[in-house]
Design a protein. Structure first.
Length: 392
């Protein structure tokens, strides 16, 4: 499911209104912390027209490596990297590096932009790191036009970048991930062991009742990771596992959907799980919530909303946004004979950027018929600090 479509709908409109007007004063890229000025400018911004863009429909076959790359015929797209890492002393770290693409005009638009600065795509990236021992989490945001080499994506060899933040395929199935800002940096190598895992119906992930309320969605669920992690003025040699989500669509949340809770889990027995629940205004869980179980051999089982039950065990209130987030969970999956217990490495892993949301590293204990299985994961929660409708 995953992702912050409202950020792209609003933030990139504000960013690139100047580009479309040919404003030369707009910076090539901008780093944003918690910015009340930008937040205020986003209030009640209407989403752009979807006319001229393709919608996600059943029956499309995802083909690789082509579908690793960008899909400008769809309005919105993201490449999402998260990872749980540790050094030799057992200190735990987490990272998130996300690239969002937003189309500014349909591919067949009559508007021509001959300048090398002219852009028909906008990019935004989020970079966040977590130090469990130091109880520290930090996050930054960058924006750039998809022109003049500032930001973009390519399919083969795969690459996605925004200035010096980048993911690059250096050999088949092996990627470098690099980002640095202020007191934090990652320089990692990721090696894929399972290949693309398709969610929903062969990659078609239905999100609502209307035709086109869907996305194409796949993940790389087991990326063996090693490299360097810098935070608090210290650099650590780390190892662990990363996860990548790639999703593209032209739809947004359906009426009545106010936010979502998304979970990725990597268990030490070689299994992974992805599941999400979309929350509705009346407090119920949307019936289009779903997930996937990935077995050690790479085979999968689809999860419908009836196949898992998420119970909140604790909450945490953000001193920055005032949002109250779930902070510990028990997830029952009777069909898999699993009960997952998930605990954040630290409570405060909220990103206070243009839009407030919580995304953080968690530890996992899974109760199974053969005993307890350890693991790690990432959780994303939206709609707890501000409306998903664009009101801040």
């Amino acid at each position: 499911m995953k992702r912050l479509q409202i950020i792209l709908i609003c933030t990139l409109i504000v960013l690139l209104a100047s580009i479309l007007a040919g404003c030369s004063a707009l910076p090539a890229a901008e780093t944003i912390g918690a910015s009340p000025d930008i937040g205020a400018s986003l209030v009640n911004v209407a989403p752009p027209s979807t006319e001229g863009y393709q919608r996600a429909v059943p029956g499309r076959t995802l083909v690789f490596p082509e579908d690793h790359g960008p899909h400008p015929e769809y309005l919105t797209e993201w490449w999402y990297y998260t990872g749980n890492l540790a050094d030799a002393a057992g200190n735990r770290f987490g990272y998130q590096l996300t690239f969002f693409r937003r189309a500014l005009q349909p591919p067949d638009s009559s508007v021509q932009r001959p300048s090398r600065w002219g852009a028909d795509q906008a990019y935004m990236a989020h970079f966040a790191i977590t130090d469990a021992r130091g109880n520290k989490h930090q996050a930054v945001e960058k924006l750039a036009r998809g022109a003049a080499g500032l930001a973009g994506a390519e399919a083969s060899p795969f690459s996605v970048w925004l200035e010096h933040w980048q993911v690059s395929e250096v050999e088949p199935g092996v990627y470098t991930v690099k980002a640095a800002q202020d007191d934090g940096a990652i320089d990692l190598k990721l090696r894929d062991s399972k290949g693309p895992i398709l969610h929903g119906d062969q990659g078609y992930s239905q999100k609502g009742p209307d035709p086109g309320d869907a996305s194409y969605y796949y993940s790389l669920t087991r990326l063996a990771t090693s490299g360097e992690f810098r935070i608090n003025g210290e650099t650590y040699s780390v190892e662990g596992d990363s996860w990548m989500d790639h999703e593209f669509s032209t739809s947004a949340l359906s009426a009545g959907q106010v936010g979502w809770d998304w979970f990725s889990v990597q268990l030490e027995d070689g299994r992974e799980l992805m599941f999400f629940q979309m929350r509705r205004e009346d407090g119920s869980i949307d019936p289009y919530s779903s997930g996937t179980v990935i077995l050690a051999d790479g085979s999968t089982r689809h999860l419908s909303v009836e196949d898992f039950n998420i119970q909140v065990q604790d909450t945490w209130k953000s001193p920055q946004s005032g949002g109250v987030y779930p902070s510990r969970w028990v997830v029952e999956l009777p069909g898999e004979s699993l009960v997952l217990r998930l605990t954040p490495h630290i409570a405060d892993q909220e990103l206070n950027l243009t839009y407030n949301y919580w995304e953080g590293a968690v530890g996992v204990e899974a109760d199974s018929p053969t005993g307890t299985i350890s693991g790690y994961g990432y959780v994303e929660m939206t709609g707890y600090a501000g409306s998903m409708s664009g009101e801040f």
